[in-house]
Design a protein around this ligand. Sequence first.
Ligand code: MG
Length: 389
Amino acid sequence: MERTIPYPSSLTKLAMREELSRGRRFSEPHHPYRTEYARDRDRIIHARAFRRLEAKTQVFTSRYSDHFRNRLTHTLEVTQIARTVSTALGLNSELAEALALVHDIGHPPFGHAGERKLNELMQSHGASFDHNLHALRIVEQFEHRYLEFTGLNLTFEVREGIIKHSRDYSPVACPDLAEYLLDLRPPLESQLIDWVDEIAYNTADLDDAREAELLDFDLLRAEVPLFAQAYSAVDRAHPAAREKLKFSEALKDVLNVLASDLIETTATRAKASGVNSVDEIRHHPHRLAGMSNGVAAENARLKQFLTANLYSNPVITEDRDRSIECLERLFHFYLSKHDSMPPDHEQSALAVPRHIVVCDYIAGMTDQFLLKQYRDHFGSAAMSTPTSA
Ligand code: MG
């Protein structure tokens, strides 16, 4: 059977094509059969920081169990949704794929709690920590793989997407990011990433919460109509089926509703806006990718449910808080004790303020590496196993 994409308002003319690219920081000859964005994708996958995502927390730390999402499997889920959505819209799926693969590469250990703690520690030195800005430094400075340049020498659009995929940065507050056109919108491929990220983690976290037996199923159905409707439909069609499978089918339907709405709404808004080129998207007063108001509200209810019932659950927070204490203590240890970091970091600290080098060193660690450093320097006092699992 021939498969056709059911969205006639394809946005092909709004795709970010490589011939429109602002190029790489250091020019390189074209590859004979890979596009520039495909090369970016491949460079990201071969980066050390990308491999380290495997041992970084998404929601559940690896001390809890080893079959929940980690930041690498989350990244792969975001990537496949980004490919699906961008392909359905006629956009550049290779650029969307590269942007999705790199979107969390700057995350420190222990998820958002780790990011908040590093930011707090840096603020006491008049600085800050932000995972998007850290990601940019990883791909520009910290990866060493190529003879001709430091970093991955990614195209402008991928570096721009690292900065702009989830938020806007003020040109006044961030003058050092001026080259990234902070007063303009990014291409649609980049605008989609934050939405597909949210679709991926809202559905996956629900799945992991059920697997961890932390889900109040009745409460979920009462508070999240989007899920309740999907489950009821599956239940009506398969009343005798195992609940676990009905749950999975319902979750799959929720993901489909969210992704389909993102596709349809983005197509409708782009068409209604009258934009005809990537340049016009850049100059449009607001971002065009997004969900409809109704589905965005449903999605927000799902997110609120997870915030109230999973992310704040003691099984998650107690383990996480112990780990964050280890991070904080290590930060102060490296900061105050010279020759406590590896030689290349100590060398950097001769030229760069020590708190910045310490922050970069810790941000690059996997969860397990950080906890091992903690044990090596302080013993295992704070490392007791979770009590409430
Ligand atoms: Mg993410």
